[in-house]
Design a binder for this molecule. Structure first.
Ligand code: 8YV
Length: 316
């Protein structure tokens, strides 16, 4: 039906979005196989005006270059680091994401990792299942979660939702952000390193993309210290993964709770044997309710663009 506004789906998106794109908009699907993709693009690229992608598989540099008629990019997810935003800006291609609707669920995931990492919930569950409790063994003492000093790296919408939850646990909140947020009432640090030095737990909630690659590195982990814990619900690229594996293996930090990794779905195998690491398969926003809200927002952006050439939630 919408051949005049040919829509391309890039990568896996939520099933509800995929179905609607197919049934209602007759959208094309970019093949993942390189040879098939080349043949597909040779035939279709010139007619594609709108791309619908996800935070994980975006419209990268090469794909965007191969789409000369591209007018708009609609991203499933709040993060859009898989898309070449610099090229999009240069070519005047607007990009929308799905902010706000996922703040609560991602913040809940951060708190789940926070509690699990400090109180060793998953490790204790493994201990019971292995019959070690019944065999008379005692589970080791864990670290207190309430009343700690917690650093939020990236005090945006999600970082703020995490901070609010931690306040209910009696935690003191410190943060580092690209710009200071005096209205938050939290303690600001000019560098990530100073933040890491000041806190018991560092929670990474910063955007991915070229500006934040490796801003938590060996020096920052050393500053966090042997009693310190790290939680990352943002993007794997924000933390230098080799440095993190080394820090966890060598006891430079006490433990980590991770939802995101540098090369998903690959997780460093060196972490599999460590009891002080909690690993989730990038499920921060993964509830039925929130994914339905994200799907609706993606489709609302698409309908709005088709109706009047604007996006409902363009990235700022
Ligand atoms: C999504 C996310 O699962 O919103 C984001 O940035 O990382 C997640 O909510 C992901 O974008 C879907 O691919």
């Amino acid at each position: 039906a919408a051949t005049a506004q040919r829509i391309l789906r890039v990568g896996p998106v939520n099933p509800q979005v995929a179905r609607t794109l197919d049934e209602e908009f007759d959208a094309l699907v970019l093949p993942s196989d390189p040879a098939e993709r080349a043949a597909f693009l040779a035939e279709q690229a010139g007619g594609i005006r709108i791309a619908v992608c996800s935070g994980r598989v975006g419209v990268d540099t090469e794909l965007m270059r191969s789409l000369p008629a591209l007018e708009a990019i609609i991203n499933f997810g709040v993060g859009y680091d898989a898309t070449d935003v610099a090229q999009a800006a240069e070519r005047g291609i607007p990009l929308s994401n799905t902010p706000d609707v996922l703040n609560d669920c991602v913040a809940d995931t951060a708190l789940a990792l926070y509690l699990d990492t400090l109180r060793q919930v998953s490790a204790a569950d493994r201990f019971v299942r292995a019959g070690r409790w019944a065999a008379g063994e005692g589970f080791p003492l864990t670290a207190r979660a309430s009343g700690r000093t917690v650093g939020i790296l990236g005090l945006g919408r999600i970082g703020t939702a995490i901070a609010q939850r931690l306040e209910a646990f009696g935690c003191r909140i410190h943060y580092h952000n690209r710009s200071e947020r005096p209205e938050s009432g939290y303690t600001y640090h000019r560098t990530v390193r100073e933040l890491a030095e000041a806190v018991d737990v560092l929670v990474v909630a910063a955007s991915g993309g070229p500006d934040s690659v490796g801003i938590v590195g060996a020096a920052e982990l050393a500053a966090l210290g042997p009693q310190g814990h790290l939680v990352n619900i943002a993007r794997g690229t924000v933390v230098d993964e080799d440095a993190l594996v080394a820090a966890l293996t060598e006891g430079t930090i006490a433990g980590a709770g991770l939802d995101v990794y540098e090369r998903e779905p690959q997780v460093p195998e060196a972490l599999f044997g460590l009891e002080n690491v909690v690993m989730l398969p990038h499920v921060g926003s993964g509830t039925r309710e929130t994914r339905a809200d994200m799907a609706e927002l993606v489709l609302s952006n698409l309908r709005r663009y088709l109706a009047d050439g604007t996006l409902l939630t363009p990235i700022s």
